[in-house]
Design a protein around this ligand. Structure first.
Ligand code: PEP
Ligand code: MG
Length: 582
C-alpha cells in the first residue's frame, strides 16, 4: 500500500517512562485482534480472488518458517524453539489445511480475513474446554500459524518473522500493547526507542526499557494506528512527546540532543561511588539488571553491586532453553563486568506475562494470581534443577545471593530450600555458606515476614508486585494506574514494618521495585529504615544526590508523618513541601 501521500507531521503525546531521545524509522508491531477483523468483514463476489490471496499469504508464511528453521539450525540452538516452527511449517504444508480453508471461503463468500478469523474462533471454542497440556500447546501452535497468515495477508510487519535475527536497522519500536514474551523476540541492540499505545509504568516492559536506557513513552493515544513501519519518527523520553514525519531541522536538533545526552550521561555519573545521608548513614545503591549490557550500565552509573538479576530475562532473550553451560557462562560474563561486586540472582520469575515460547504452559484464568515464580519452577522440576545448578555453579566465584521469587507461604520457602540443598549436594557446595533470601512481593509474606527470617539471610521488597496485590490492580493494565498507589501511606507503613522486623533479627532489607527508582520515595524509605535499594542503573545518581542532601534524623521524622497520613496525594504534597525546602 502506498502511504507516501500521507506524510503529515504529527505530534503525539504520552507519558514518559524512560528518558532520552532518539531519531529513527518506526517499526510497528501489531497484535492481531479477532474482534477488529470480524468488524472489518465484507461479502465478496469472487471467492477465487480471496483464495488466491490466501495461497500467496500461505506461501509467504511457509517461506518465512523455512528461513527461520534453517537459521536456527545454522546457529545450532539446542532445543525447543526449532520444534515450534517445524510444527507450524508442517501444518501449513498440509494440503487438507488449505483445502479446508478454501472450502470455507467458497461457502461463506466473505473476505478471507473474515474466513480465517471465524475459523480461529471455532478452534478457540473447541480447545477452550481442553486442559491437556500437550493438546493446548498444539492449539497455540495452530493459532500462531494462523496469525502468521493473517499478518502476511494484512502486510503487517513481522517482528516474529525471525526470532534469531530480527531487525536490520535501528528502529523506534511502536506497539499497541506489549508483553515481555514479545519483547523477548526483539533485538535490543537495534531498538532506539519504544512507544506503546497502552501500557503501565510498572509493567515488565517499562522496567526493561528503563533499565536498558532506551527512551520510552506509554499511553500514547492512536500510536499504533497513526504510525506505520518505515515512517521517520522522533521520540523524546524527557517530555513524553513523539513526532511523526519531523522536519529536517527537528531531526538535526534531536540528533544533537541525543549526542549530548549520551556523552553527558556517563560522564556525570562517575563521581562518588558511595551514598550516605548528610549525617553519615550509609545507604547501599545497587542495580536491577537482566543482561550483560545492563551490567555495564550499572557499573557506569556507579552501582555498588547487582541487587536484582532478573534471570528470566536472560532465558527470554535466548529464544531457546539455555543449556547449563550457556546459563553459567552468562553469569560469568556478568561477574566479569561487575568486577566481583556482590550479585543477587533471582531464580526464574516466569509465568503470568513472562512466558517462554519454548516451554508449554496452561492457559490461566488469572495469570497474575496463578502459576508464577517459584510456583512455576515447582511445576517444572527439570527446569528448576538445571537452572539451580547453573546458578550454584558460579557461587564460588563471587558473593552470590539467591533471591526466591513469588514466595507466598513458608512451605514454598522450605520446599525451595530443599531443592537448593539438593543442588548443593550435587555440586559439593556448603549450603550454609550460601545467602538465601526471598522476594517480599505478596501480601501474605509482607504481613508475616518474621516467620521467614530464620531460614533467610535477606529480604528483597518487590514493590511492583506488592502494590498490585495490595490494591488489587494488575500491573499490566495501564487503565488501573490510579489504583496502584506506591506512595500510599499503607505501602509506607507496610515497608516500615518489614524493615523493622528484619532489622530486629539483623537481616538486611533491600527495596528493589520501581519505587526505589523514584528519588522522593527512596529518601522517604531511608527514613523508614531502609539501608539498601536496587534500581534501574540510570536512577542511581539522582537518588544518591537526593539522599545525600538530607539527614537521616530528618527523613525519619518525615516518614513518621507520611505513615500517619491517609491518602497518596497527602504523601506527595508532604514530600513536595519537605524534601525541596532546602
Ligand atoms: C517487583 O515485583 O517489585 C520486582 C522487583 O520484581 P519484578 O518487577 O521483576 O516482578
Ligand atoms: Mg516481582
Amino acid at each position: 500500500m502506498d502511504r507516501s501521500v500521507d506524510r503529515i507531521r504529527r505530534e503525539l503525546y504520552g507519558e514518559s517512562i524512560s528518558p532520552g531521545v532518539a531519531v529513527a524509522k518506526a517499526l510497528l508491531f501489531k497484535q492481531i485482534s479477532l474482534d477488529a477483523l470480524e468488524m472489518n468483514s465484507f461479502p465478496v463476489d469472487d471467492p477465487a480472488m480471496e483464495i488466491k490471496r490466501l495461497e500467496i499469504a500461505i506461501e509467504k508464511s511457509r517461506a518465512q518458517l523455512r528461513q527461520i528453521s534453517s537459521q536456527i539450525e545454522k546457529e545450532k540452538h539446542e532445543t525447543g524453539i526449532d520444534l515450534i516452527f517445524n510444527v507450524q511449517l508442517q501444518l501449513l504444508e498440509d494440503e487438507t489445511f488449505l483445502l479446508e480453508l478454501k472450502k470455507l471461503a467458497r461457502a461463506q463468500r466473505m473476505n478471507i480475513e473474515h474466513v480465517i478469523a471465524s475459523q480461529m474462533r471455532v478452534l478457540e471454542t473447541r480447545f477452550s474446554s481442553i486442559h491437556d497440556e500437550v493438546i493446548r500447546t498444539k492449539f497455540l501452535d495452530i493459532q500462531d500459524a494462523y496469525h502468521r497468515i493473517l499478518r502476511n495477508l494484512l502486510d503487517i510487519e513481522h517482528v516474529r518473522t525471525n526470532p534469531v535475527q530480527r531487525i536490520d536497522e535501528p528502529v523506534i519500536f511502536v506497539s499497541g500493547r506489549l508483553v515481555p514474551s514479545d519483547v523477548a523476540l526483539l533485538d535490543f541492540n537495534k531498538i532506539r526507542g519504544i512507544i506503546i499505545e497502552e501500557g503501565s509504568k510498572v509493567s515488565h516492559v517499562a522496567v526493561m526499557s528503563k533499565s536498558l536506557g532506551i527512551p520510552a513513552i506509554i499511553n500514547v493515544p492512536g500510536a499504533a494506528s497513526l504510525i506505520r513501519s518505515g515512517e521517520p519518527l522522533i521520540i523524546d523520553g524527557y517530555t513524553g512527546k513523539a513526532v511523526l514525519h519531523p522536519s529536517g531541522s527537528e531531526i538535526a536538533s534531536y540528533r544533537e540532543k541525543r549526542e549530548y545526552f549520551l556523552s553527558s550521561k556517563i560522564r556525570k555519573q562517575k563521581k562518588g561511588r558511595y551514598c550516605e545521608t548528610r549525617d553519615g548513614r550509609r545507604i547501599k545503591l545497587e542495580a536491577n539488571i537482566g543482561s550483560v549490557k545492563e551490567a555495564e550500565m550499572a557499573m557506569a552509573y556507579g552501582a555498588e553491586g547487582i541487587g536484582l538479576l532478573r534471570s528470566e530475562l536472560f532465558y527470554i532473550s535466548c529464544g531457546h532453553l539455555p543449556s547449563f553451560q550457556e546459563e553459567a557462562e552468562f553469569y560469568r560474563k556478568i561477574i566479569a563486568v561487575t568486577k566481583r561486586r556482590p550479585i543477587t540472582i533471582r531464580l526464574l520469575d516466569l509465568g503470568a506475562d513472562k512466558t517462554l515460547p519454548f516451554i508449554s504452559t496452561f492457559v490461566e484464568e488469572n495469570p497474575q494470581l496463578g502459576n508464577r515464580g517459584i510456583r512455576y519452577l515447582f511445576n517444572h522440576p527439570d527446569l528448576l534443577e538445571s537452572h539451580l545448578l547453573s546458578v550454584l555453579s558460579v557461587c564460588r566465584l563471587v558473593r552470590i545471593k539467591i533471591a526466591l521469587p513469588f514466595i507466598s507461604t513458608l512451605d514454598d520457602l522450605n520446599k525451595a530450600i530443599y531443592h537448593i540443598q539438593n543442588g548443593c549436594r550435587k555440586l559439593k557446595l556448603n549450603y550454609d555458606a550460601l545467602s538465601i533470601g526471598i522476594m517480599a512481593e505478596i501480601p501474605s509474606v509482607a504481613l508475616s515476614v518474621r516467620s521467614f527470617l530464620s531460614r533467610t539471610s535477606f529480604i528483597n521488597i518487590g514493590t511492583n508486585d506488592l502494590v498490585q496485590y495490595i490494591f488489587a490492580a494488575s500491573r499490566e493494565d495501564g487503565c488501573l494506574d490510579e489504583y496502584r498507589q506506591c506512595n500510599h501511606p499503607a505501602m509506607i507503613r507496610l515497608i516500615r514494618n518489614i524493615v523493622c522486623t528484619a532489622a530486629y533479627k539483623g537481616k538486611e532489607v533491600s527495596v528493589c521495585g520501581e519505587i526505589a527508582s523514584d528519588p522522593n520515595m527512596a529518601a522517604l524509605l531511608v527514613g523508614a529504615g531502609v539501608t539498601a535499594f536496587s534500581m534501574q542503573p540510570s536512577s542511581i545518581p539522582s537518588i544518591r544526590r537526593l539522599i545525600s542532601e538530607h539527614a537521616f534524623s530528618d527523613l525519619q521524622k518525615l516518614t513518621k508523618k507520611a505513615a500517619a497520613l491517609e491518602t497518596e496525594s497527602e504523601v506527595n504534597q508532604l514530600i513536595r513541601e519537605s524534601l525541596y525546602k532546602v
